[in-house]
Design a protein around this ligand. Sequence first.
Ligand code: 5RP
Length: 278
Amino acid sequence: MDWGLKNRLARIINPINGRAVMLAVDHGYFLGPTESLEVPHLTVKPLLKYCDSLMLTRGVLRTSVDANFPVPIVLRVSGGSSIIGEDLSNEKITTSVKEAIRLNASALAMSIFVGAKYEHNSLVNLGNLVNDAEEFGIPVLAVTAVGKELKKRDTRYLSLSCRIAAEFGAHMVKTYYCENFEKVVNTCPVPVIIAGGPKLEERQALELTYNAIKSGASGVDMGRNIWQSKYPVPMIRAVRAIVHENSNVAKAYDLFKKLCNEKPTKPKKLIQPKIQTK
Ligand code: 5RP
C-alpha cells in the first residue's frame, strides 16, 4: 500500500490495536440543524480530545473546529439531497479532492445507496472517488446508507452493501450493527466500522458498541448516541473504554455513571460564532 495512504489510514484506525473511535457530526449535510447539533462548535469542542478522528463536512470544519487542534479529519464529500427532498439516494461528490488536501483531510467519506433508485450513481461515484483520492494517497470511507426508503438493516443487506463498497475500492466501510454481524465483517475484506444510529438509552448504546467490537468491527463512527446524550463526554469516554480498553458493558456503564456525577458537560448557551473562513 502507498506510504501516504497507509499513514493517513493509521490516523483513523490505530495500527497498534486496529481500533477507531470516530466522532460523526456530518448529519447536517442532509438533516440541517439536527437536535443537539444546532450549533456545531458547542457540540464538538468538549468531545474533540476524546475522539481519534472527526467526521464532518467542509462547512462545519471551516466554521466550527479550531484548526490548531490536531484531530484527524474524515471529510464527508458526498451530498445533494435533503430529508425533505424527493430521494435521499440522489447524491453526487460535492467536495473536491483538492479541497480535501487543502483542509488536510486524513480520509474522505461518501454514502452508497445499494438497492435504492440512485444505486448506480452512488456506486460509480465511489469508484471515481477512489480513483481520484488514491492518486494523492487519501483513503476513502464508504458509508452504507439506509435512507428513508431503505429500512432494511439485516445481515443479508448489510453484507451485500459492505462487500460491494470494498469491491469498488473503499478502504474502510461504515455500516449499521445487525444480528450475525460477524458475517458482515467476515465477508468484507476491509475494516468495518459501525454508526450508532438513532439515540438509544446509554446502556443500550454501549451494548451495541460492545457487540459490534466482539463481532469483529474495527470501531465506531458514532454521532447521536454521543452528543444527544445528556452527558456527551461521559458517553464518548465509555465508548472509548469498550473500543480501546476492551471494557465490557457493565464496566463501561459504571464509568459512564461515575463520570456523569463529576460535573455537567452539556453546553447551555446556543450562540453561533462568526468565524472568518477564507
Ligand atoms: C449519515 C452518516 C452519519 O455520520 C452516521 O449515521 C453516524 O451517525 P449516527 O451514529 O448518529 O448514526 O454518515 O449518513
